[in-house]
Design a protein around this ligand. Structure first.
Ligand code: PGI
Length: 445
């Protein structure tokens, strides 16, 4: 049994496009995910976030679930297309009104809102007019959107995350093409990483200016344990590059003021175009880093690879429904590395969780022992990291609800609460009841 620190904060989360639904309601503009999902063949069963968990209408019921869990914090994202339907210019009051209702209900319930300003749902108009994140202008449009939102919520929301996982939306969305906007262009993908980081840096002072003495700003980056399939120089170099691409390409400009030299060298003339002053904007000091951790990837050299090296499947170990290896030690490695190499002032673990094939019993219960085991094993590693001095201020499980899992659609269930989509009925899973006890006792058995 391990006891967590007195002030440690427990949370959970959802994100706008994955749970809200009401895609055409109250003035919401089209997002690149609406457009991507409308393209046949991009999403399993051609599903979309059109309805999702209908959280837009059921948010009060979902906040009651948060209260039942006893969480102290709740991660959610604000949908840019609800606030500025065409991405720039006119503000949609009904969009602000929804998040007013959500935030006021959270505060009423004594739950700290942790708001992410961008979780991949770019207004489609900016994709059409500017080419989206390929265009530096989009970073400035993001800054305008951030100004509107933080002016409105700055006295009630004190914990802001600018972007969720720029690496994922840059590369899955613009290199691999399995995420919106579905581009497959290596040069463009690397250029978007710079515009995401610029957008982040532009947002930081705006959030502070529109906040108060309690305002705290961060960004959420995702981390995967990366190991070479062998200790040959080629496999080790391939792994080092992927660590650069997925981790150091974002950590270094934010916390060290420059892109990692080894990746810049590898990219050659594929390195993104930057402008004088960008580095200083991107490196503006943060109050905390948000970190997501799920799994390990074992990397193999490939002579034909340039920007993406293949991973190999690890046999004989547990995998989740996403076919992700269950590798709890990786969360410890990630946390201690951040503390050791980047001296991050404070860390929040924003996402950690697993998809398993959950089913409802005849008595309307959901037994998910594998998710409980996954969460327990990772929390024990988290505790070890904290005991070694890592400044981890809180942990948030992904996710509160089963939800729209991007290209996987609804077949992947990450929730500690089951959603029966045809009826929108919520059922707390065994892992939800387990997490409730963890929070109440601040211990993990
Ligand atoms: O895949 C589970 C969650 C998503 O539902 C969240 O929206 C997203 O923030 C998030 N990031 C990661 C790790 C990186 C990743 C993202 C998407 C697909 C595969 C891996 C896992 N997750």
């Amino acid at each position: 049994m391990v006891q967590f620190p007195e002030q440690f904060r427990w949370g959970t989360g959802t994100y706008s496009y994955q749970v809200e639904g009401a895609a055409h309601e109250d003035g919401r503009g089209e997002s690149i995910w609406d457009r991507f999902c409308a393209t046949p063949g991009t999403i399993v069963n051609n599903e979309s976030g059109l309805v999702a968990c209908d959280h837009y209408h059921r948010y009060a019921e979902d906040i009651a679930l948060l209260k039942q869990l006893g969480v102290q914090m709740y991660h959610f994202s604000i949908a840019w297309p609800r606030i500025m339907p065409t991405g720039r210019g006119p503000v949609n009051q009904l969009g602000l009104d929804f998040y007013d209702r959500l935030v006021d209900a959270l505060l009423e319930a004594g739950i700290e809102p942790f708001a992410t300003l961008y979780h991949w749902d770019l207004p489609q108009a900016l994709q059409d007019e500017l080419g989206g994140w390929a265009n530096r202008e989009t970073a400035y449009a993001f800054a305008e959107y951030v100004d509107v939102v933080t002016k409105h919520f700055g006295s009630r929301i004190h914990n802001w995350l600018t972007l969720n996982e720029p690496a994922v939306t840059a590369f899955e969305g613009h290199e691999i093409g399995i995420h919106a906007p579905g581009a497959r262009d290596v040069r463009l993908a690397w250029q978007t990483t710079h515009h995401f980081l610029l957008a982040h840096g532009l947002a930081v002072p705006i959030i502070r200016a529109n906040g108060d003495e309690k305002t705290r700003v961060g960004i959420t980056l995702n981390f995967t344990q990366l190991d070479p399939v062998s200790d040959t120089p080629e496999d080790v170099a391939a792994t080092r590059f992927m660590d650069g691409k997925m981790h150091r390409w974002f950590l270094d400009p934010i916390f060290r003021g420059a892109y990692p030299a080894d990746v810049v060298k590898h990219l050659g003339d594929y390195v993104p175009k930057t402008e004088t002053g960008d580095a200083e904007i991107i490196a503006r000091p943060l109050d905390f880093l948000g970190a997501n951790y799920y799994t390990r990837s074992v990397i193999k050299h490939d002579p034909t690879a340039f920007s993406e090296y293949p991973s190999v499947d690890v046999e004989g170990v547990e995998h989740t429904e996403m076919d992700w290896e269950v590798y709890p030690r990786g969360i410890y490695n990630m946390l201690t590395r951040l503390h050791r190499e980047y001296a991050v002032p404070r860390i929040y673990l924003v996402e950690n969780g697993a998809a398993f094939a959950d089913a409802v019993n005849p008595d309307d219960t959901v037994d998910d022992p594998r998710r409980i085991a996954y969460l327990r094993e990772h929390l024990l590693q988290v505790h070890t990291a904290i005991a070694e001095g890592v400044p981890l201020a809180g942990y948030s499980v992904w996710a509160l609800l089963d939800n729209f899992e991007w290209s996987e659609g609804y077949r992947m269930r990450f929730g500690i609460v089951y959603v029966d989509y045809p009826t929108q009925k919520r059922i707390m899973k065994a892992s939800g009841h387990w997490y409730q006890k963890v929070i109440a006792s601040n211990t993990v058995h």
